[in-house]
Design a protein around this ligand. Structure first.
Ligand SMILES: [Zn+2]
Ligand SMILES: [Zn+2]
Length: 304
């Protein structure tokens, strides 16, 4: 029982390269896109790319997560947007199944002022059900992420995600990614032990802590309850090292990978310094580090 420290890394040059990139900053789990996140263009990997990815993934020993494209909006009233959103998530989900990926983390979207009522919950659940039932043998998860509550976004409060779980009858291949920056922006006071306890109680009541499969470990540039989504490096924001110390010690996060989506100290995204800060807190909490293969083994597998 430990906490893996992972990171979102670039898949430029081919998805098999993420393992080397992640390992070079000390990461123990990885998140990636398999298509441009600001475009609707569907991912299109060759069989050879999939095989190569799987070979390096096995050598790396890392759990892998996809992050869906940002354009998806399951709360839209526009049928064309709904169709594109479903097609994009389905494409990711199929690749996730073929590539040994735990699941695809995605944002439900925004109701854009239309309101989040029972009819909308049913409609969203229907689209997700169709994706989950595309191939019942696909073991990958669909992983809903909480958001910062900005712009009528759905899923800032855990109950809004819980409604989708209930509409899907608690489908076994649904999970949640808990973004610390977003939760804090939404008003959950994760920086204090009592605030964290209250937030996790609510999560457990509305969704179930057994559905927590990943954490987006991000500090935040904005004070609590501001509904602003501005990630900060670990220890440099309002959650601070004390906030992450509290998180790391909580038993709810055992065996739930922490994935960094921080700006980085050089502005190039998750880096070794952020990874090291979380690892130091893990050591302090008395948790072991997972055993990781050496970088050379990953590089060798990548060369094939
Ligand atoms: Zn996130
Ligand atoms: Zn964010």
């Amino acid at each position: 029982m430990t906490v893996r420290i992972g990171a979102h890394v670039s898949s430029a040059g081919g998805p098999h390269l993420v393992f080397e990139r992640a390992r070079s900053i000390g990461a123990e789990a990885v998140q990636l896109f398999i298509s441009a996140p600001q475009q609707w263009k569907l991912p299109a990997l060759t069989d050879e790319q999939v095989d190569r990815f799987n070979r390096v993934r096995e050598a790396s020993g890392m759990p892998v997560f996809f992050h869906g494209v940002y354009l998806m909006n399951f709360g839209s009233q526009d049928p064309a947007i709904l169709e594109k959103s479903s097609a994009s998530l389905l494409a990711y989900h199929r690749y996730a199944g073929r590539m040994g990926v735990v699941g695809t983390i995605f944002h439900v979207g925004s109701h854009l002022g239309a309101g989040y009522d029972g009819a909308m919950v049913e409609r969203i659940a229907g689209m997700l059900r169709a994706i989950l039932e595309d191939d019942p043998a696909n073991p990958a998860l669909l992983i809903l992420e909480n958001n910062a509550g900005q712009g009528n976004c759905i899923g800032g409060r855990f109950g809004e995600l819980g409604a989708i779980f209930r509409a899907l009858g608690g489908h076994q291949r649904l999970g949640v990614c808990f973004d610390t920056c977003h939760a804090y922006a939404m008003g959950y006071d994760l920086a204090s032990p009592s605030g964290l306890e209250a937030a996790l109680d609510e999560f457990d009541r509305e969704i179930g802590l057994d559905r927590l499969v990943a954490v987006h470990a991000n500090d935040t540039k904005q004070p609590i309850g501001t509904f602003r989504d501005r990630h900060e490096n670990i220890g440099e924001g309002h959650l601070g090292l004390e906030g992450f110390r509290t998180l790391m010690r909580h038993p709810a996060f055992r065996d739930v990978p922490f994935l960094l989506e921080v700006p980085g100290f050089e502005g190039t995204g998750p880096d070794e310094k952020n990874v090291r800060r979380l690892k130091a807190l893990r050591r302090e909490a008395g948790l072991e580090a997972p055993r990781m293969p050496p970088l050379s083994r990953i590089q060798k597998a990548a060369l094939g």
